[in-house]
Design a protein around this ligand. Structure first.
Ligand code: BES
Ligand code: MN
Ligand code: ZN
Length: 506
């Protein structure tokens, strides 16, 4: 979809449909809707007066202007109640509206963001609207071979800004939204791609593509290199698989030379069968998504580079399959991590924390200003917080506040769980420094407590995305399937942290 911003009168552009909004509690059309209503002799007002269109959130009506060629149709989108309106709702509105337009086989639209009085700045409004449209229209059709599955897609979206003084802000918002949404698409594509086409090696190639496109430093450690570093926890998990494990290290240096980096660590299990402690076959297919954290990290770095965020960011993705091959690690095995600490394996399905343990130790080499890891780590987190909410635990109050603030801005819901030290008891081992599971209860917390042993004193936050990484139901602007969760959150976190204008070189 090509997106452009133009200034002028809504009806002067050559497009198949005009998209405008209406608040539920507004008796008469406002903003762009008012303009069209006047031009077309009460066309929209009549609809509202008759109660045929109420402005209920996510509802919409299509009306016909009687024009012979351009602007023949208007889609009026319900914005819901004005006092309940926010940018998260706007994302949903633009998603639902553009989906409806796409369903009508219309490939070209113009939209106005003038809803009458608004408390939201033009730039953020434009960003949210375009994000909603782009994120909602995403489809993963790479493997569909039949034409009917590849139906029409909106090709052209024009945002018409009738207030010329807002044009630059709107353009900046659109540009930011495009960069971020494409990074989310990228992450979703990686996650949606089945594990036969998304091995650790292929994941490393995709990261390398991103590095080439953006002039980033990348280094991919192979198994001998990891062996030299003593990463036996990561290598232990990899032993059951014929695919070679990779440790992908992607560096974006947008900050000053000596600025300590933010290090992002993403779990990259390209398929989690559970290993010898094998998972039930039902839904095992969903475990192609066990590299969602890694995908989020690569996507975040792609966006950070394209947005020229003035920070140094390092992405570390430990990548391997977890399979029960003949050489697979087994319950009872003891693995010596890169840090020197030993872990007794109680369950080979608790593999994420093992590869993250070594990756977190490796992260320490960068003397990070902060470490954030993101992982589809525990089913227990889904039990605690459901399918849509990311669990957060960490050692640094300020860092956690910043994540919560980014969560608020982006609508990627995050909720803190306590990193309650008393539960460390649960991962004590009789024979090693710790064991890799603490039993069923408090499973998300005991997993985080294990990770904590590998981060030293760096400010650290752990994000458990086991719930929201792969959706089984549509959300207003996130179609079911791979969500790309984490990308928008982490990019927002980085933008907030840099506090500089985020598109210095659009
Ligand atoms: N990748 C899974 C966690 C997961 C579960 C992600 C459901 C997404 C949806 C992880 O490796 C795992 O298997 N965790 C185990 C840990 C247990 C053995 C302590 C779990 O949650 O059951
Ligand atoms: Mn597992
Ligand atoms: Zn896993």
């Amino acid at each position: 979809m090509n997106i452009t911003v133009k200034t002028g009168v809504l009806t002067d552009f050559d497009c198949k449909i005009l998209l405008v909004g209406h608040f539920e509690d507004s008796k008469t059309p406002q903003g762009a809707a008012q303009f069209l209503d006047q031009k077309y002799h009460g066309l929209i007002g009549g609809l509202i007066e008759e109660g045929d269109f109420t402005g209920e959130l996510y509802s919409s009506s299509v009306v016909y202007t009687g024009e012979p060629a351009r602007s023949r149709r208007i889609l009026i989108a319900g914005l819901g109640k004005r006092e309940e309106f926010n940018l998260e709702k706007l994302r949903g509105v633009f998603s639902k509206a553009t989906q409806k337009i796409q369903d009508l086989n219309i490939t070209n639209l113009a939209a106005s963001l003038d809803f009458g009085e608004s408390e939201f700045p033009a730039r953020e409004t434009a960003q949210a609207a375009v994000e909603g449209a782009m994120l909602g229209l995403y489809r993963f059709i790479r493997y569909k071979t039949q034409k009917k599955d590849k139906e029409s897609q909106i090709e052209e979206l024009t945002i018409i800004e009738n207030r010329p003084e807002l044009l630059e802000d709107v353009k900046a918002g659109v540009k930011t939204a495009e960069i971020i949404s494409r990074a989310v698409y990228f992450a979703r594509d990686l996650v949606s791609t089945p594990s036969n086409d998304m091995t650790p090696g292929i994941l490393a190639e995709r990261a390398s593509d991103i590095a080439k496109e953006n002039n980033l430093k990348i280094e991919t450690l192979d198994e001998p290199a990891m062996k030299n570093l003593g990463m036996n926890a990561l290598l232990g998990v990899a032993r059951g698989s014929a695919e070679e494990a990779k440790l992908i290290v992607l560096e974006y240096n947008g900050g000053k030379k000596d600025d300590r980096p933010v290090v992002l660590v993403g779990k990259g299990i390209t398929f989690d069968s559970g290993g010898i402690s094998i998972k039930p076959s039902e839904k095992m297919d969903e475990m192609k998504s066990d590299m969602s954290g890694g995908a989020a990290v690569i996507g975040t770095i792609k966006a950070a580079a394209e947005l020229n965020i003035p920070l140094n960011v390092v992405g570390i993705i430990p990548a391997t399959e977890n399979l029960p091959g003949g050489k697979a690690y087994k319950p009872g095995d003891i693995l010596k991590t890169m840090s020197g600490l030993t872990i007794e394996i109680k369950n080979t399905d608790a593999e994420g924390r093992l590869i993250l343990a070594d990756a977190l130790t490796f992260a320490g080499k960068y003397n990070p200003a902060a470490i954030i890891d993101i992982a589809t780590l525990t089913g227990a987190c889904v039990v605690a917080l459901g399918d849509f909410i990311t669990g957060m635990m960490g050692t640094d109050r300020d860092l956690k506040e910043k994540i919560l603030s980014a969560s608020e801005t982006t609508g990627e819901t995050v909720w803190e769980l306590p990193l309650w030290h008393e539960y460390e008891e649960l991962i004590k081992s009789d024979v090693a420094d710790m064991k890799n599971t603490g039993g069923r209860s408090g499973g998300t917390i005991t997993a985080a407590l294990l990770l904590k042993k590998f981060v030293n004193d760096y400010p650290w936050v752990h994000l458990d995305i086991a719930g929201p990484a792969l959706l089984t139901k549509d959300k207003p602007y996130i179609p079911k399937g791979a969500s790309g969760v984490g990308v928008r959150l982490l990019v927002q976190f980085l933008m907030d942290r840099s506090r500089a204008s985020n598109v210095s070189n659009p």
